[in-house]
Design a protein around this ligand. Sequence first.
Ligand SMILES: *[C@@H]1O[C@H](CO)[C@@H](O)[C@H](O)[C@H]1NC(C)=O
Ligand SMILES: *[C@@H]1O[C@H](CO)[C@@H](O)[C@H](O)[C@H]1NC(C)=O
Ligand SMILES: *[C@@H]1O[C@H](CO)[C@@H](O)[C@H](O)[C@H]1NC(C)=O
Length: 234
Amino acid sequence: MKFSMKFSMKFILHLISSSYVLGSILSSKVGVEDLITSVSGYEGSQGCVDELSRVKNCILTATKENIIVSCNNYNTNTCQSFYKNPMNLLSSCSSNNFVNALVNSSVNLIIRDLKIKCQKDETGNECPLSEIELNIEESSNTDILNAINNSCKSKICRENTLEFLEYTSEINGKASNLLQSSITQITGAGTISEESLNSVLQDQSNNNNEIKSYIDILKSNNCSYSFREINFNN
Ligand SMILES: *[C@@H]1O[C@H](CO)[C@@H](O)[C@H](O)[C@H]1NC(C)=O
Ligand SMILES: *[C@@H]1O[C@H](CO)[C@@H](O)[C@H](O)[C@H]1NC(C)=O
Ligand SMILES: *[C@@H]1O[C@H](CO)[C@@H](O)[C@H](O)[C@H]1NC(C)=O
């Protein structure tokens, strides 16, 4: 029991730590399986785990290997109606504040990530952020910046990328508060040091500044200009 609690704590910290928040940009390694693992460490979470398993196909993180399957699922009526209000089908996950916040933000983030990957641009091509996520193992800041700039060339890519980044930024702030307020509950016997918590929070704050700079680019007049110009030339 002790072991599995520790195990899941590590996952939870990982999930809401910066690497997860940016994970989706930097080719995501965390998906629904990790979320289920994290949640299953909580008492009384079986209902939530069962519900997550039932909608698993709709929140399969899209990778280079499974993109066709993930996006086929993404486009089904069942998944599209799940996306409209995901927590409706995950009501057992609301019994605990921490699990609720974790599931809600993770699921919504995965959905926005799928949207970038599964909705192609106006000419049927992959959106720039999706392209680096799927093809580059460890994207550099320059890769990401280029992809953000290139997203300006398509209305669809720009909007979906903006939606993803704005959501990421929103839950990033919430995750910091949640971490701080539930840390006694999570740590139990004090497995997580204040030092490591502070370093997670510091990473999040750094990443949030980076994310905000990407949001600024996508919202700037230059960005829509480049989009208008492309369309005008067509
Ligand atoms: C899920 O999170 C969104 C914001 O990210 C919030 O508006 C919504 O109320 C949350 N739903 C539940 C059930 O907590
Ligand atoms: C992105 O676009 C901005 C504004 O046009 C420009 O200043 C910046 O150098 C570009 N960055 C890259 C990596 O292309
Ligand atoms: C928009 O482009 C101009 C000229 O290329 C540049 O000076 C300015 O910094 C850009 N603005 C933003 C917000 O990127």
